[in-house]
Design a protein around this ligand. Structure first.
Ligand SMILES: [Zn+2]
Ligand SMILES: [Zn+2]
Ligand SMILES: [Zn+2]
Length: 196
């Protein structure tokens, strides 16, 4: 994958075993939110309609456009720092438009619903491991164990978690008061690929 990045993986998977496989694809229009640090899908005007936990407004897209693989099987070992590959089962929330770890939905926190994220049916794959990082990619993305979202923190906390330091007695507290930092839940370094 070095140098070739996601492009080398594009295409339609072939059913070699006779068992039908889901069609793979690449989805564009994913952005980093400059306010809450999450990765969110900005298509369909979601930048103006998807709730952001920061100051109770909407997400604000950075300039960079990212791409997300759909229906790719998992590969590599996310807990091994020397490994790289794809971790499947990441999900999109139809309420806040953020990407989050699908299997963690019951422990998630969403600025759009006030409870857990809405898990869409699409199976997104997250690249991990800096060994896979070429010029078309960016490491430093993390999984938040509080809200389950992917966020850019470069291995550290980053502002904008809808659950960090949340004060139930003051649910409408604004920027920097009711909403604290995301918390990296693992040492896995996730990698986003740019849209060329
Ligand atoms: Zn946001
Ligand atoms: Zn959500
Ligand atoms: Zn968080």
């Amino acid at each position: 994958m070095v140098g070739a990045g996601a492009v080398a993986l594009m295409g339609t998977s072939t059913a070699l075993t006779g068992v039908a496989k889901a069609t793979t694809s690449i989805q564009i229009d994913w952005c980093w939110c400059t306010l809450c640090s999450c990765l969110f899908w900005a298509g369909n005007n979601r930048e103006s309609t998807a709730p952001c936990p920061w100051a109770l407004g909407y997400h604000n897209a950075g300039e960079t456009l990212y791409q997300m693989p759909i229906n790719y099987p998992g590969s590599g070992s996310p807990s091994d720092p020397s490994s790289f590959g794809i971790q499947a089962e990441w999900s999109w929330c139809s309420a806040c438009s953020a990407l989050f770890w699908g299997p963690g939905v019951n422990n998630s926190h969403c600025a759009g619903t006030g409870t857990t994220h809405n898990r869409g049916g699409t199976n997104y794959g997250m690249y991990f491991g800096t060994a896979s990082t070429g010029t078309d990619a960016q490491g430093g993305w993390d999984w938040c164990s509080l809200c389950q979202e992917l966020f850019w923190g470069n291995g550290d906390n980053a502002a904008g978690c809808c659950y960090g330091n949340y004060d139930p007695s003051n649910p409408n507290a604004g920027e920097g008061i009711g909403y604290g930092p995301h918390l990296p839940g693992s040492s896995t370094d996730y990698v986003m690929h740019y849209t060329s």
